[in-house]
Design a protein around this ligand. Structure first.
Ligand SMILES: Nc1ncnc2c1ncn2[C@@H]1O[C@H](COP(=O)(O)OP(=O)(O)OP(=O)(O)O)[C@@H](O)[C@H]1O
Ligand SMILES: [Mg+2]
Length: 263
């Protein structure tokens, strides 16, 4: 199916540190790619570059053939790149449903003018939004749909992560970036998460997913290809099997563990 996103020599420096260093990366439509690496290897920074939170110091980001470099985050979102964050970024005081509705914002085009002079247009958009939001929630989890008027802050951690994925999906993304979705989940919740991701892929044909994970079971299960970062550089790429037998990868993880042990 064609290339969804590619980077060439993507680089960002913070002072002397190259947090992402000349990374060549590709993902095709419909593909799920795992992004792994020890703590501080540049995974989240890579997402921050793709979504326009940081501007690269060098290199290229091409999404559906066009450059994303220099675009503001909201434009990138509007083009169909959605993400979840390593630390939940939900509006904890709003309801579950409100959080999903906020996710639709990149595609709603009512303006203040409409709100004042074209009331019915806006009301229709809100109505459609609510319907779609409820649909998404119930596809994803009957529990979330049932509790759609509950405060997001009252949800258990696993449901918050689900809700964050729902919110990301509300913008109709073509590329979904998940930053450690299983963090803080029990093994049973993680199983459920993997099932949810499978469902998303089935339902939204052609969606590309890049998933950052420390839980290798999730990577093995979800990602058909894995890219490994270490100190900002791509050190390996291949199937889960291939990278788990790769000397550089083993060294990267072991090396860090030894450092941690000494610290
Ligand atoms: N805004 C910033 N200013 C300075 N340094 C930064 C900034 N953002 C990230 N870094 C540094 O870049 C490196 C990569 O960080 P990043 O958060 O991308 O790692 P990560 O692979 O996501 O790690 P983890 O697995 O712990 O989430 C780290 O050394 C971090 O301290
Ligand atoms: Mg991170």
């Amino acid at each position: 199916m064609g290339r969804l996103l590619e980077t060439e020599k993507l680089t960002i420096r913070f002072g002397g540190l190259a947090a992402v260093n000349e990374v060549d990366f590709t993902i095709d439509h419909g593909e799920a790619v795992g992004l792994i690496g020890p703590n501080g290897s540049g995974k989240t920074t890579f997402f921050n570059l793709l979504t326009g939170i940081y501007k690269p110091t060098g290199g290229v980001i091409r999404y559906c053939g066009e450059s994303l470099v220099g675009l503001p985050t909201f434009k990138i979102a509007k083009q169909g790149v959605a993400r979840t964050f390593q630390n939940n970024r939900l509006f904890l005081n709003l309801t579950v449903l409100d959080n999903v509705l906020i996710g639709m914002h990149p595609h709603q085009d009512s303006t203040w003018f409409d709100a004042v002079f074209r009331r019915s247009y806006v009301e229709k958009e809100v109505e459609q939004g609510v319907e779609k939001g409820l649909g998404l929630l119930s596809q994803f989890s009957q529990d979330l749909a049932k509790n759609c008027y509950q405060r997001a802050g009252d949800l258990p951690q696993a449901d918050r992560r689900k809700l964050e994925i729902c919110r990301a999906l509300a913008s109709n993304p073509r590329l979904l970036l998940l930053d450690e979705p299983s963090a803080g989940m029990t093994p049973a919740e993680t199983e459920e998460l993997m099932e949810d991701i499978r469902k998303v892929r089935q339902k939204i044909g052609g969606i590309g997913i890049i998933i950052i994970e420390h839980d290798m079971a999730v990577i093995r299960e979800v990602a058909e290809r894995v890219v490994v970062l270490n100190y900002g550089r791509k050190i390996a790429e291949g199937t889960f099997r291939e990278i788990s037998n790769n000397e550089l990868v083993l060294e990267a993880y072991l090396g860090r563990e030894e450092q941690d042990a000494q610290a």
